[in-house]
Write a protein that binds this ligand. Structure first.
Ligand SMILES: Nc1ncnc2c1ncn2[C@@H]1O[C@H](COP(=O)(O)OP(=O)(O)OP(=O)(O)O)[C@@H](O)[C@H]1O
Ligand SMILES: [Mg+2]
Length: 324
């Protein structure tokens, strides 16, 4: 994820955007002024209402990045995610995924193969009655050869730590395990990018951590680009970059540390900050010399140690205090 370097003309042709995206080979997703309107129609087919759920979003995501997307309910995160997977097409602007314009109908399946999607509820995503068969569905639909399918199934299930459950019924698995099977199903299609829309929202803390570690592992070892929509701060702080959405717009972006240094702004956007970040922020407000953007307990402990050592040093030089 990079900041935009130049202002671009408002009107673009799809072709020019594809060319630019192709020119920046490191970018897997390029969005320019992406907007999406939900439209309702009356019985006669006339437009009745229009609601802009995504509003002029510019995106530039490099292959191999791990991006977290944050935003209050209704800020447009899912609507943006579905556009990356070509489940929805931009009402305005354009979105290029792996060099393909999401509006090109003949490329839809290639786009969905490049950018797989994982949703909140694993029960809605698992269709097979046996784990390995479920994972095989994706590559089967792509017309992959039998032998290759089973190679991919094994590799995917191993990569999410579910290989030993290959012969189990998905019904018997925990939420976290089911979600890892759903992720394996996407991985088996060998996507360059996986968009996960609150994949841990229905899971207990153990399941959440299993899924997060699985996704991090895919990102680190297989360089799969990850876009993770989440409300959980412990997931956000593991990302390389954070995008914050509000009312359909990208309102903040940066590293987790940069984002979480802006506590007041996040509060105004009705977003949480990690508890330890909040504590550090309040202590800093009380006058303690703690650096902004503390993300972990270890970081806060180190800061407090440093402050204590500095205070001792000062005390040692104070004649009044030295006597005691
Ligand atoms: N099918 C739809 N028809 C009309 N409006 C919709 C539809 N789906 C979503 N919206 C509206 O679009 C806006 C953005 O919705 P979206 O689901 O993208 O938000 P979100 O950030 O994913 O929210 P959440 O955190 O609750 O999942 C919301 O105001 C929502 O009510
Ligand atoms: Mg959503």
């Amino acid at each position: 994820m990079k900041k935009k370097k130049s202002t671009k003309p408002a009107v673009q042709t799809a072709e020019s955007a594809v060319k630019r995206a192709a020119g920046r080979e490191q970018d897997i997703i390029v969005g320019e002024k992406v907007s999406y309107d939900y439209i309702t129609y009356d019985d006669d087919g006339n437009e009745e209402s229009r609601y802009r759920a995504v509003d002029g979003v510019d995106l530039e995501i490099e292959e191999g990045d791990f991006i977290a997307i944050l935003g209050h309910n209704g800020s447009g995160k899912s609507t943006l995610a579905k556009q990356i997977n070509a489940l929805l097409l931009p009402s305005e602007g354009m979105l290029i995924v792996d060099g393909m314009d999401t509006r090109s109908e003949d490329q839809v399946w290639k786009i969905r193969q490049s950018a797989g999607m994982v949703f909140q509820n694993p029960d809605n995503q698992i269709i097979g009655t046996v784990v390995d068969e479920d994972v095989a569905f994706g590559p089967e639909n792509l017309g992959v050869e039998k032998e290759e399918i089973w190679k991919r199934v094994e590799k995917s299930l191993r990569s999410v730590g579910m290989w030993e459950y290959r012969s189990h019924s998905p019904n018997r698995l925990s939420g976290g395990q089911k979600q890892r099977v759903a992720i394996a199903g996407v991985v088996a299609m060998q996507p360059k990018c996986i968009v996960l829309d609150e994949p841990t929202a229905m899971l207990d803390p153990v399941g959440r951590s299993e899924v997060l570690e699985t996704v991090l592992e895919l990102n680190r070892t297989q360089k799969v680009t990850i876009l993770l929509i989440t409300h959980y701060m412990e997931e956000v702080i593991r990302a390389d970059h954070v995008i914050v959405m509000d009312e359909g717009k990208v309102v903040m972006q940066g590293t987790p540390r940069e984002i979480f240094s802006r506590v007041e702004e996040l509060r105004r956007l009705r977003l949480d900050v990690p508890q330890v970040t909040e504590l550090a922020y309040e202590l800093r407000k009380e006058g303690l010399d703690i650096r902004p953007g503390i993300l972990t307990i270890e970081e806060l402990t180190m800061e407090l140690r440093r402050i204590r050592a500095a205070a001792r040093g000062t005390a040692a030089n104070e004649p009044a205090l030295r006597k005691r």
